[in-house]
Design a protein around this ligand. Structure first.
Ligand SMILES: NC(=O)c1ccc[n+]([C@@H]2O[C@H](COP(=O)([O-])OP(=O)(O)OC[C@H]3O[C@@H](n4cnc5c(N)ncnc54)[C@H](OP(=O)(O)O)[C@@H]3O)[C@@H](O)[C@H]2O)c1
Length: 290
């Protein structure tokens, strides 16, 4: 897709990956960015930064879980700033917990933002794109939309669903010249993961790396854009030796969420401790050699 001269709407643009995508598209010479999230102040800050790069912006501060508000806002936005050529559905929330301690209110929030919010906005914009006979829709899933991991069951469920949604829409909307793409970031250093207990040995990406992978994937006409070598490794391992990947995920799962402190250390825990010790020693050696 040619980015120059186009108009894009990005949800989740106030922070993290959505913010980085907005900045990257501005760098690539997009004409106008419509920035969506709840936090108006943060949207103003990013809009100022983008306008300084010579790109027009519009701010839409709303909660994507409010369908009526979203419906009215999109009608206004399309009239005032449209047509929209590129929709990036990036807003999302994630909760981590052992499944047996999961809370219905958190699952409902994940479903409302990650799935229903995406569905509602996409349907409003896809109808308008269809009548223009052009458009590109990017749905931000996750590596966890391909490879589910313990403690992330409900989040993974929403991200698997996004991949199914994207795959079906891709076929259905092709007749209207609308491309539908899934972006699958792996662990990325944003506010979302700050409160999570991280999986062992996973190296976080930066939001900028994710945004650059998106632009490269769009230029290569990829239908699903994986980010980083760890994602390719995980997906290939799942195809070739799913049992091995499950074993690795068991070992890599944060320990506090896996067992009660009173339990005897399991075989997995012993391997985890060995791995941590090995990494700790390696890090110490590296620190000494600096
Ligand atoms: N970080 C990772 O490791 C990672 C990995 C794979 C995939 N992802 C996916 O990447 C996307 C962005 O995640 P991130 O890491 O950038 O998270 P983040 O830093 O927490 O940002 C989340 C964004 O979503 C917006 N948002 C949340 N709830 C909303 C609502 N109800 N209405 C409107 N906007 C809402 C937030 O804006 P306001 O708070 O201002 O509303 C914010 O801009 C998500 O879909 C996530 O699942 C993240």
């Amino acid at each position: 897709m040619e980015i120059q001269g186009k108009v894009a709407l990005i949800t989740g643009a106030s922070r993290g990956i959505g913010r980085a995508i907005a900045l990257e598209l501005a760098k690539q010479g997009i004409k106008r960015l419509i920035l969506v999230a709840r936090d108006r102040q943060k949207l103003v800050e990013i809009a100022n930064k983008i306008e300084a790069m010579g790109v027009e912006t519009a701010i839409v501060a709303l909660d994507l879980t409010q369908p009526t508000v979203v419906n009215i806002a999109i009608a206004q936005v399309w009239r005032n700033y449209g047509p929209i050529h590129l929709l990036v559905n990036c807003a999302g929330v994630a909760y981590q917990s052992s499944f047996l301690q999961s809370k219905l209110s958190q699952v409902q929030e994940e479903l409302s933002v990650n799935l229903l919010g995406m569905y509602n906005l996409t349907s409003l914009i896809a109808r308008r794109m269809a009548s223009q006979k052009q458009g590109t829709i990017i749905n931000v899933s996750s590596l966890m939309g391909k490879v589910a991991a313990p403690t992330m069951a409900t989040y993974s469920a929403t991200k698997f669903a996004i991949l199914g949604f994207t795959q079906a829409l891709r076929q259905e909307l092709a007749q209207y010249n609308i491309r539908v793409i899934a972006l699958l970031p792996s662990l990325t250093d944003t506010d979302m993961v700050r409160d999570l207990k991280l999986f062992r040995w996973v190296i976080p990406m930066t939001p900028q790396q994710v945004a650059q992978a998106l632009v490269a994937g769009m230029q290569n006409n990829s239908a699903e854009i994986l980010v980083g070598w760890q994602s390719y490794l995980a997906v290939w391992c799942q195809r070739i030796a799913p049992w091995l990947l499950e074993l690795i995920l068991q070992i890599a799962t944060p320990p506090a969420l896996r067992r009660q402190p009173s339990e005897k250390p399991s075989f997995f825990t012993k391997i985890q401790r060995f791995g941590d010790l090995f990494l700790f020693r390696k890090n110490q050696c590296q620190a000494k050699s600096l």
